[in-house]
Design a protein around this ligand. Structure first.
Ligand SMILES: *Cc1c(COP(=O)(O)O)cnc(C)c1O
Length: 401
């Protein structure tokens, strides 16, 4: 470890709350799909800040918009009308069947908005005391109390109890279990069409259509958490659009402002009736500066057919990785993914391979200790993905012995 790096590690230990186990890299700067650490070492970034800098680090067009807006208006609170929010709402709503937007600052907050709207809609519009939110095993919806309860993972909630009531969980891809779990108290089903933190698990389209049919039959709401799988990541603008289902609301965040904090809930006109002035609010949500940048993100995504690009590049990458699985059936357990949201599950030594990748200058995520998760920028040059595959191939060769 370099002296610079040692100092940073030491300072962090004395200054910050213990809440993260860091990767062994101190990042100094980024450009496109490249990162440089404090010692000048260059990396190909296949994680993009956990699927956030979708249009690349320090994207020049976004830098220009950010700089221009920085001299116009940053923040005035939601006590005021702001054209920037309306422009962004128009752009977002043009991509989906929803017709109302609510802006906030993160993925967890976007899910909180969905949960609150679902409950309030049931109480005030449907006149039913239905509050239950059903989620799926393997999901991740965030770390605030509501989102944590929705996530339902003991390892994340230990020590923080009591959690809010009204959350239950069923196995994914099991319609009878879901049907059994729906009661008169149920307000909504909340799910990720592609589970991200769960290790890149693509829920089958017929299952999703089955969930939608159940929700309609039981007259409850369907909410899709698109925080990670949305915004072109999986090869469609929204992941739910692969199956043709029409969720009543969706949450978005991660890539929305390419790294500035921003979240959004999009809802149908009908469900949005559940909120009135004062029902829900945030100080920062939808500030002029962040909305302007997010609006530019939307413009670029639509102009450059980023969803299509993610679909094409993702298909090529998956084919190459499936090739590796055929070559190394004893090492590669499964290759999963949709678009540029990809998981490579190994039988053993995933941690070692992940470390070797970092040494070789490739950054990806180690998920559950068994899966390498790739969430590259959607603008990544195809050659960078090929370099990764070649490197992984040589590491697997070594591992096979
Ligand atoms: C990251 C993530 C969240 C939480 O987002 P934060 O911005 O960290 O609150 C919620 N849902 C999914 C699917 C995510 O991937």
């Amino acid at each position: 470890m370099s002296e610079k790096m040692e100092n940073i590690v030491h300072e962090e230990e004395t200054l910050l709350c213990k809440s993260y186990s860091r990767y062994p890299i101190a990042v100094a700067r980024g450009k496109g799909s490249r990162l440089w650490d404090v010692d000048g070492k260059e990396y190909i970034d296949l994680l993009s800040g956990i699927g956030v800098t979708d249009l690349g680090h320090c994207n020049p067009e976004l830098c220009k918009t950010l700089e221009e807006q920085a001299h116009v208006l940053w923040h005035v609170s939601n006590l005021f009308y702001q054209q920037e929010q309306l422009d962004l709402a128009k752009a977002l709503l043009s991509t989906t069947h929803h017709s109302k937007a609510f802006f906030c600052n993160s993925g967890a907050e976007a899910n909180e908005a969905c949960i609150k709207l679902a409950r309030r809609y049931m109480r005030t519009i449907k006149k039913r005391d239905a509050f239950g939110i059903i989620t799926l095993e393997g999901c991740f919806h965030g770390r605030t109390y509501g989102a944590l309860a929705a996530t339902g993972r003991q390892s994340l909630s230990q020590g923080f109890e009591p959690l809010p009531e009204g959350f239950s969980q069923v196995p994914a891809n099991d319609l009878p279990a879901l049907e059994k779990a729906i009661t008169a108290d149920t307000a909504a089903v909340l799910l990720e069409c592609v589970q991200g933190e769960g290790g890149v698990v693509v829920l089958p389209e017929d299952y999703l259509r089955g969930v939608e049919a159940l929700c309609r039959k039981k007259d409850i709401l369907l909410i899709c958490d698109e925080v990670q799988c949305g915004l072109c990541r999986t090869g469609k603008f929204w992941a739910f659009q692969h199956s043709g289902i029409k969720p009543d609301a969706i949450s978005a965040a991660k890539g929305l402002a390419n790294g500035l904090p921003m979240g959004a809930m999009l809802a149908t006109d009908e469900m949005a009736r559940g909120f009135v002035a004062g029902s829900h609010a945030t100080t920062f949500g939808g500030s002029a500066l962040v909305s302007k940048v997010a609006n530019r993100v939307m413009e670029i995504m639509l102009r450059d057919n980023i969803a299509e690009r993610a679909a094409l590049l993702g298909a090529e990458l998956m084919a190459q990785l499936e090739g590796l699985q055929c070559r190394f059936p004893g090492l590669v357990k499964e290759v999963r993914g949709l678009g540029l949201m990809v998981g490579i599950e190994l039988f053993r030594d995933t941690d070692k391979v992940w470390r070797q990748l970092i040494e070789a200058g490739f950054i990806c995520n180690l998920s559950h200790g068994t899966t390498l998760r790739l969430l590259p920028a959607l603008t990544i040059p195809a050659g960078e993905l090929e370099k990764f595959v070649i490197c992984l191939e040589s590491l697997l060769e070594d591992l096979q012995g």
